[in-house]
Design a protein around this ligand. Structure first.
Ligand SMILES: [Cu+2]
Length: 110
């Protein structure tokens, strides 16, 4: 347990070093706020009917990826399902189901 604490201390020290180096290096605009990952994400699993090939998977993936707040997704052709991780502050299951529906597939909530 002591060992872990020391490693954490060392890591924290290195982190603060690199941060101060960066701050002194230049004055580029700070885009960190926009790049920040949501603090809380939600993962849903839905059934998707109508997929027949990998092309269908790609169309659904593209449609889902275009939705603001989507962090991760897995569309599975074999199990006719999709697992989507998103920021609940930016989107919700209803919106995602709509997007999949608009792409031409039928969503059934598991
Ligand atoms: Cu297809």
């Amino acid at each position: 347990m002591k060992k872990i604490f020391i490693i954490l201390l060392a890591a924290g020290f290195m982190l603060s070093c690199s941060q101060s180096e960066q701050a002194g290096a230049d004055s580029e605009p700070d885009n960190k706020v926009a790049m920040e990952k949501p603090s809380e994400t939600k993962t849903i699993s839905v059934g998707v009917e109508g997929m027949t090939c990998q092309g269908c998977v790609s169309s659904i993936e593209t449609a889902i990826a275009a939705v603001d707040g989507v962090v991760d997704q897995k569309v599975n052709l074999k199990s006719n399902s999709a697992s989507i991780t998103f920021d609940p502050a930016q989107t919700d299951a209803k919106k995602l189901a709509e997007v999949i529906g608009d792409a031409g597939y039928t969503v059934s909530v598991n």
